[in-house]
Design a protein around this ligand. Structure first.
Ligand code: HEC
Length: 192
C-alpha cells in the first residue's frame, strides 16, 4: 500500500470514531429500539455509579470528616465485623484493617490497609462502594472521609487531629506506596 491511501483510510477511521462518539447517546436509544432492551442512562444514573477515586485525587467528592467523628461511625457501623481493634472478628470474613507494617514479602505477610495498600484513595473508594458490608452505599461522603480518617489514624498514618477531605486525603502517603512495580504499559494505570 502506498502512503497516500493509508493516510486517507486513517482519516476516514478517525472521522467515523468521532462521529460515533458524538452520537453515543443516540446510538444507545437506537439500540434500545432495535433490540428491545436497554435505555439511555440519565445523568443521575451515570453520576450514581461514577464514583471511582484515583490516587492523584481525581474523583474525590466534596465533604470532610475528622478522626474523632470517624471513631463514632466505626464503632457503630464497622466494629461488629472488623473489631474494635481493627483485627477483624472471627467468623465474619472481614479483613484486619491495620497492622502488619513491614511484613509484606516476609514469611509472616499480613496484608492490611496499613501494610499493603499503596494509595489512600482506594480506602475511600472501597468504603464508598462496598461498606458497611450489609448496607453498601449508605454512608455520606462526610462519613466516609471520617471513617477513613479514623482507620488511617489507627494505622499510624495520620495524626489524631487530622481532617480528611479531597485535598488532604490525596496527599496521604501510604507506608507501602513504593511496594509495587509500576505497570510498564503506556497510559495504563499511569497515575503518577
Ligand atoms: C457485616 C460485616 C461487616 C461490616 C459491618 C463492615 N465490614 Fe468491611 N468488610 C467485611 C467483609 C466480609 C470484607 C471482605 C470483603 C471481600 O473480601 O470481598 C470487608 C472488607 C473491608 C475492607 C477491605 C479490607 C481489605 O484489606 O481488603 C475495608 C477497608 C472495610 N471492609 C471497611 C469497612 C468500614 C469502614 C466499615 C464500616 C463503615 C465496614 N467495613 C463494615 C465485613 C464488614
Amino acid at each position: 500500500m502506498t502512503k497516500k491511501p493509508f493516510t486517507r483510510v486513517s482519516m476516514h477511521t478517525a472521522l467515523s470514531v468521532s462521529v460515533l462518539l458524538a452520537s453515543g447517546a443516540f446510538a444507545a436509544t437506537a439500540n434500545a429500539e432495535k433490540f428491545g432492551f436497554g435505555t439511555t442512562p440519565t445523568a443521575e444514573e451515570i453520576a450514581a455509579i461514577n464514583i471511582d477515586v484515583m490516587p492523584d485525587g481525581r474523583g474525590y467528592p466534596s465533604g470532610s470528616g475528622t478522626v474523632a467523628q470517624g471513631k463514632e461511625i466505626y464503632t457503630q457501623q464497622c466494629a461488629s465485623c472488623h473489631g474494635d481493634d481493627m483485627q477483624s472478628v472471627k467468623g465474619t470474613g472481614a479483613d484486619a484493617l491495620i497492622g502488619g507494617r513491614g511484613s509484606i514479602g516476609t514469611e509472616k505477610t499480613k496484608k492490611t490497609v496499613e501494610s499493603y495498600w499503596p494509595y489512600a484513595s482506594t480506602l475511600f473508594d472501597y468504603i464508598k462502594r462496598a461498606m458497611p458490608f450489609t448496607a453498601p452505599g449508605s454512608l455520606t461522603n462526610d462519613e466516609i472521609y471520617a471513617v477513613s480518617a479514623y482507620i488511617l489514624h489507627k494505622g499510624n498514618i495520620i495524626d489524631a487531629d487530622a481532617t480528611m477531605n479531597a485535598e488532604t486525603m490525596s496527599k496521604v502517603e501510604m507506608p507501602n506506596k513504593d511496594g509495587f512495580i509500576p505497570d510498564p504499559r503506556p497510559d495504563v494505570f499511569n497515575y503518577r
